[in-house]
Design a protein around this ligand. Structure first.
Ligand code: T1G
Length: 312
């Protein structure tokens, strides 16, 4: 569930393997933490690249595990894994192809550098599941992009294309070629360099003028759009924590907020919608026709039926 290999003599490549979207299931989380610890203790390893197997980087936490305590507790928490990544004394480069969403982007934010393919997209869509980024995203993203850009991404949950992510500073490099190869070459080029200023948890959030007025306005705007949804308001509260609290206190606030949302009826309903929308697309008929094998029949003739309404 997380493949570990050494390339170019000194670079450990950790590849997340959980098709189809490389979701961070308990097995992946166990494999990821083990791989990070192996890379940390392996004297041959001087840098690390984290990638996704067979296309996407990572579609986030495994939504199928939500509400299932045994599953959630059968692997380390994402916050613990991401703290280990960020604290590693060797540079860690995220090689993002396809998409890095939710916990997948939070993993990339815990890395010291982020490479993206030109067609990749990133985002924190947790709000669409009635949640908020619950593994450091609400605290690290504002420290990287500033409050305004981070709040926009977190409250809307929108996907950001690689070009915009590069302009925002979310990606350090964008490539049209093989992202992992480019990330390996870059990782080698930064081996031995200081990492303190690359650790987002160490950074203060860029200052924001009139912070109270800004967040009051943000809350009012979100209240107007959210129509009773709790998650968008909690997103604003979490980002305000990033702007006003030390990192660890902000992380504690994020944890309280996401734990409250996770058990809410709104989040459970959003998860149900997520899976039923996908289930509805996989229809079958009593005659055996299926969504994945049926083919549209060619239309050779058509008729027009008009309704003539006399007005005299
Ligand atoms: C801690 C952290 O802060 C928080 C708490 C989190 O991280 S919460 C999680 C945040 N992440 C998300 O919100 C991303 C949700 N996924 C999507 O937006 C899309 O899936 C996609 C990634 C853009 C791909 O679209 P697609 O059109 O190519 O394929 P698909 O048909 O949609 O999905 C293909 C198959 O993958 C399944 N799937 C997709 N994402 C999944 C996920 N995150 N967990 C589990 N299964 C997932 C989906 O149910 C379907 O299964 P099946 O029907 O085949 O059995």
């Amino acid at each position: 569930m997380a493949q570990y290999r050494i390339v170019s003599g000194s670079v450990a490549v950790i590849s997340i393997q959980n098709p189809p979207v490389n979701a961070l299931s308990a097995a992946v989380r166990n494999g990821l933490l083990l791989s990070v610890r192996t890379a940390s203790s392996d004297p041959l390893v001087r840098s690390v690249v984290i990638s996704g197997h067979n296309g996407p980087f990572c579609g986030g936490a495994d939504i199928k595990e939500f509400g299932n305590v045994s599953h959630l507790e059968s692997g380390p928490h994402l916050v613990e894994i991401f703290e280990s990544v960020e604290a590693l004394a060797k540079p860690v480069v995220a090689a993002i192809e396809g998409f890095a969403l939710g916990g997948g982007l939070e993993l990339a934010l815990a890395c010291h550098y982020r490479f993206g393919h030109s067609e990749a997209r990133v985002g924190l869509p947790e709000v669409s599941l009635g949640l908020l980024p619950g593994a450091g995203g609400s605290q690290r993203l504002p420290r990287l992009l500033g409050v305004r850009a981070a709040l926009d991404m977190i409250v809307t949950g929108r996907h950001v294309a690689a070009g915009e992510a590069l302009n925002l500073g979310l990606l350090d490099r964008v490539t049209d070629g093989n992202t992992v190869d480019a990330a390996v070459r870059f990782a080698q080029s930064v081996e031995g360099k200081p990492l303190d200023d690359r650790r987002l948890g160490n950074r203060p959030c860029p200052p924001l003028e009139n912070i109270d007025a800004f967040f009051e306005d943000a809350l009012n705007r979100v209240r107007g759009r959210a129509r009773g949804a709790a998650a968008p308001l909690a997103c604003v509260q979490a980002v305000r924590g990033a702007a006003t609290l030390p990192f660890l206190q902000g992380m504690a606030l994020e944890k309280r907020l996401v734990e409250t949302l996770m058990t809410s009826g709104q989040a459970q309903a959003s998860r149900y919608c997520f899976f039923t929308e996908r289930g509805a697309a996989r229809w079958t008929t009593p005659t055996g026709a299926r969504w994945d094998t049926c083919r549209a029949r060619p239309i050779s003739t058509a008729a027009v039926i008009g309704i003539y309404a006399s007005c005299i």
